[in-house]
Design a protein. Structure first.
Length: 355
């Protein structure tokens, strides 16, 4: 079945006279179905313009299936195969558009993505190098703060910040793809959240704050991620995941893990080790260890946490009082605002050596 997706091509202008390398970018999670990266006012797009397009890179950034102009009625969230196919199709579309508009591309392709996009960019590198090497010359990749070990995350005692957004997206998306995670939605989610949750995310015009303010999802001032999980999820469903090795959700998670492959092009893994949303030890450190155990040597691992602390902490250190406003602000912004520009700077430095 064919499905459409949208995106944006950002191109260097002015003094750039040499063919441009193409950087294919996958964005982070969003609950707003209407949002598109084809907007100069979008914060993520502005970052791509300033750090890449303005520095001589052509950038193609995908909105994903089920978002923006896509007609698919759901988003296959953290489904590696469809993420990869969307980014690959974006590369093809960018080449077609470049030819139409007289933009010369060098043929060299870099891959990157942040958060969900880190999962998508890693999935894209794996797919492109496995079967499309003659079509797409991947010369380097920077996978940033991605959830690469999804199955391990389901059996960790630590619950992530943003659980109430990511888990419904994941369950809904994998149910649509695999069809066996539940027969009734209230097997997974508790009242009052189960009714309507299947069509809640992503929603037209929705935002993280509006979903909480309206009570559509649990989570409020002072509530811990564990309290949010316990309000949202059916205990029996979580118990089944913890005790059944053949649980359908766990099998779906394993099918979308990004362990067990060997990248050919140089890879940078960048994240922050205190990230409360995409746990560093479970994901980035695990993928780096997996690569190393199989003899992969072209991987650079960067932890930007010391820089985050120096720039945004209290007296150069992470705040430690969980009741303080500084603590909430620091960790509330850690994943979405503090880490991205630092990891993108690291990615650009790598790509500059490969262009």
């Amino acid at each position: 079945q064919m499905n459409n997706a949208t995106g944006v091509l950002l191109v260097p202008t002015g003094a750039c006279t040499t063919p441009a390398p193409l950087m294919a970018y996958a964005r982070g999670t969003d609950v707003n179905r209407s949002r598109t990266l084809a907007s100069a006012s979008d914060a993520e797009t502005s970052l791509l313009i300033g750090l890449y397009a303005a520095q001589g890179y052509a950038v193609v950034a995908s909105d994903y299936l089920g978002h923006a102009g896509s007609a698919l009625p759901y988003h296959p969230y953290l489904h590696a195969e469809s993420e990869a196919s969307t980014v690959i199709d974006a590369i093809r579309a960018a080449r077609h558009a470049a030819a139409q508009h007289g933009l010369q591309l060098s043929g060299r392709v870099m891959l990157s993505g942040y958060s969900q996009g880190g999962h998508a960019s890693a999935a894209t590198q794996r797919a492109a190098e496995a079967s499309l090497a003659s079509e797409i010359q991947v010369v380097g990749a920077a996978h940033l703060s991605g959830p690469y070990a999804l199955s391990a995350g389901w059996r960790q005692p630590v619950v992530i910040a943003g659980y109430q957004f990511f888990v419904p997206l994941m369950v809904r998306g994998w149910q649509q793809v695999y069809g066996n995670l539940y027969t009734q939605i209230d097997q997974v989610f508790r009242t009052p959240y189960a009714p309507g949750i299947e069509t809640l995310l992503p929603g037209a015009g929705a935002s993280f704050t509006s979903l909480l303010a309206s009570g559509a999802l649990p989570g409020g001032l002072g509530e811990t991620p564990t309290q949010v999980r316990d309000a949202l999820m059916q205990p029996a469903y979580l118990q089944d995941i913890a005790t059944r090795d053949d649980h359908p959700l766990l099998l779906a998670a394993r099918a979308n893990d990004l362990l067990g492959w060997s990248p050919r092009a140089p890879v940078m893994l960048c994240g922050g080790s205190a990230d409360p949303t995409v746990l560093y030890a479970v994901n980035q450190a695990a993928l780096a260890t997996d690569f190393s155990a199989r003899g992969v040597r072209n991987v650079t691992v960067v932890d930007v946490d010391p820089v985050v602390q120096a720039l945004h902490g209290v007296n150069g250190q992470a705040p430690t009082d969980p009741t303080s406003a500084a603590f909430g602000t620091y960790y509330g912004n850690y994943h979405a605002r503090l880490v991205p520009p630092l990891c993108h700077a690291q990615a650009r430095a790598l790509f500059d050596t490969l262009r």
